[in-house]
Ligand binder design. Structure first.
Ligand code: R5P
Length: 328
């Protein structure tokens, strides 16, 4: 293989570069595209500053810069910004930031005065660095697309997750549960894909002065005797999902599957998930899931085929929407 993929008429050249956050995903995306990653040097100076350099020319190329924002989030975001700057100064023709998990997406609005809108700042930083386009999977809120002054390809993991979940539940007896009122729209889409069963949602309250702390008060909807599928965008410390599983089981659910696109899995997520009573927890690998975070009931589905297909559609001026039955 080579590090360049040419368009069918040979007029365009794709290159894929990756930071160091999630090398497994980068390798998988590259394999699906049948291209090698551009060899890259990256290291830290003694004081923590990052150095990065591509070992081959990217002049005139459509460059896709992949980095997922796992911990340490700020380091990997900074590395991706430096990669974009390097691509711009090396005369790449277009630069697409591929951030399967977009860091700071949860901070997409001001809850109180004197707070930042961090998700917006992120978009501004990528634009300033030289990005022409952003690609991400299941943003915390779809409106974040509007924070970036340029095209945003907002991919959905739903088709991958739904296809798997269909094999794990009796769809004639499923209730889709939103873990909070804010995600009911997504739960509705899930319910439609799983055969049109009823919806429920968990009434959750959060202390906005304390991160990662929420309490599930009760579930609203028909869950008794039913297989419940709780769907969220991300599992961080698993407080939200574990609380949701608890109230759904207490309300008489037959069993529970917990599904999320992004497995952040910060401590003590693994302990909480193992103890929460869910039959299975399903995530994708938009973020690296190290061996020590894997356990029997955790299923990790590959997001690489979707990202590779979307990259190819963008490169070939095709349609990303077509990957989602025209609904993205
Ligand atoms: C909240 O709005 C998000 O969709 C997630 O439910 C939340 O961020 C997950 O965090 P944790 O797992 O720490 O409760």
């Amino acid at each position: 293989m080579t590090t360049s993929l040419f368009s069918s008429n040979g007029s365009k050249r794709l290159v894929l570069v990756s930071g160091r956050a999630h090398p497994e995903l980068a390798a998988e995306v590259a394999a699906h595209l049948e291209v090698d990653l551009v060899p890259t040097t990256a290291y830290e100076f003694a004081n923590g500053e990052i150095y990065t350099r591509f070992a081959e020319s990217v002049r005139g190329a459509d460059a896709f810069a992949l980095q997922s924002h796992c911990a340490p989030v700020n380091t990997w975001i900074m590395e991706q910004l430096l990669m974009v700057d390097a691509l711009k100064r090396a005369s790449a023709k277009t630069i697409t930031v591929v951030a399967p998990f977009y860091g700071y997406a949860r901070q997409d609005k001001k809850h109180r005065g004197r707070e930042p809108i961090s998700a917006r700042l992120m978009a501004d930083l990528f634009k300033t660095a030289g990005a022409d386009r952003l690609m991400s999977v299941d943003l915390h809120a779809a409106q974040i697309q509007g924070f970036f002054d340029g095209p945003v390809d907002h991919l959905m993991a739903m088709p991958i997750l739904v296809e798997y979940v269909r094999t794990r539940v009796d769809v004639s007896n499923v209730t889709v549960v939103s873990p909070d009122a804010g995600r009911i729209r997504v739960a509705e889409q899930w319910a439609a894909k799983l055969g049109g069963g009823p919806l429920a949602f968990v009434h959750k309250t959060r202390d906005i002065r304390r991160p990662n702390v929420s309490v599930a008060n009760r579930v609203v909807g028909d869950v008794e005797g039913r297989s419940c599928v709780i769907v969220d965008d991300l599992i961080d410390t698993a407080g939200t999902i574990a609380e949701a599983v608890r109230v759904v089981l207490e309300a008489g659910a037959k069993d529970v599957l917990a599904v999320a696109t992004h497995g952040v899995l910060s401590d003590p997520a693994v302990e909480r998930l193992q103890a929460c009573g869910a039959r299975e927890i399903v995530v994708t690998d938009t973020l690296p899931i190290p061996d020590e975070h894997r356990f029997e009931k955790l299923t990790v589905l590959s997001i690489a085929p979707l990202i590779a297909r979307a990259v190819r559609e963008v490169f070939e001026d095709g349609s990303v929407t077509s990957l989602f039955d025209g609904n993205a």
